[in-house]
Every structure is written in structure tokens, then in C-alpha cells.
Design a protein around this ligand. Sequence first.
Ligand code: SF4
Length: 212
Amino acid sequence: MSNMTPQKFRTAYEALQKIPPNHLNIMGYVDESRVNGPGYRAVVWVQGCLQECQGCFNPQSWPFEIEQLISVDALAENILSNPRNEGVTFSGGEPFWQARSLARLARKVREKGLNVMSFTGLTLEKLSSKTAPIGAKALLEQLDILIDGPYVESLALHSPDSPVSSHNQRVHIFNPAFQDKITWASDQIEIHILKDGSRIFTGYRGQAGIDR
Ligand code: SF4
């Protein structure tokens, strides 16, 4: 469960201030994933998460220090340059700590016909409240699907056809066109070899591991 102490929150907030406007601090990016949502998808893993869930597949995503800065325009261009990408999934890390820039990115790709889904370790209630991260409302407005809630190890699911990894997590389908499309093989692992030789393992329900 969340270990979001005021000190950790302050440190994260200060680190987030170092991200230039209209940029994202990301941990990784792949095209054409089949295991992070419906159809072929680009996946953007943002850097930084305060939840510190026990059993998190990728604690490397927790620090908020700058990992890889990319402008929203450049990332949108990358995503749209691959005609096989039908949608985009935001994962992490915690996407909603960078909600403002992700909302801009989502708007850009949706204008070109792609759908957008996000994971979050927060709850929809929190994201809709007055204490939500900046930009949360704007990002929620751009989403076709949201999968919410932290990973709770004691409530873990080990089912190959479940889109969530623990019982407390929920699938919110904001766009009814996706009502019968929550069927991806989320329990499978994909390995993407990047041009620089690093590898991204993904598919464990939206989480990622990076091997450099
Ligand atoms: S499982 Fe998700 S919400 Fe939990 S610590 Fe890992 S990245 Fe953060």
C-alpha cells in the first residue's frame, strides 16, 4: 500500500518541477505491444511512483529523478509514425504525476484516431477529488479505459485472462466501444529489443522491466 509520507511527496514534487513544460520524464517506450491493452499499442512507462507496492515488478520506476526527457511533440510523432499502433497505454511509475503532459499527448494521438488507456496506482475517486495530482481531470477526459488501484500482494490474482493484477484494482471503461475488448493476454511477457541493444520486458499487467 502507499507509503506517501509528506517528505516523500515534497521530494517528488520538487523533482517533478525539473521537467520542462510539455515534456515527460519516461522510463521506457515501446511500439506494437499486444499485452498492454486492446490491439497493437504504443506503451509509455513514466518515471516516478510514490506507492511503493510490495511485489512491484519494477521498483526502478519509483525514483522521480530525471531518467529520459522527451517532448510531448516528439513522443506523439514517434507513436504516430508507426502505423501498426492502434492505441497508446500509459503505465509506470505513476502516470498521473505527469498528467498534464500526458493529457496533451493523449489529445494529439486521439486527434489521429488512436485510443488511450492508462494504469494508475491511485483510485478514480482520488483522481476525481480536490487532492488529485495537477492535470488529472484533463487526463481522465482523454481516456478510453482506466485501470486503477495499487497492486496489493495479499490480494494478488494469478489468472491469465485478468486485466488486473490484484482484486482491489478496477477496470473503468469510459468509451463503450471497448466494452467487449478487455481481452488482452495480460499475463504474458513480451520482450522488445531496442536499437541501442537494451531490452524491455513487458506484459506483466502493464508493468515493465528494463535490462541495459
Ligand atoms: S505496482 Fe505500480 S503503483 Fe505500485 S509501486 Fe509499482 S509502479 Fe507504483
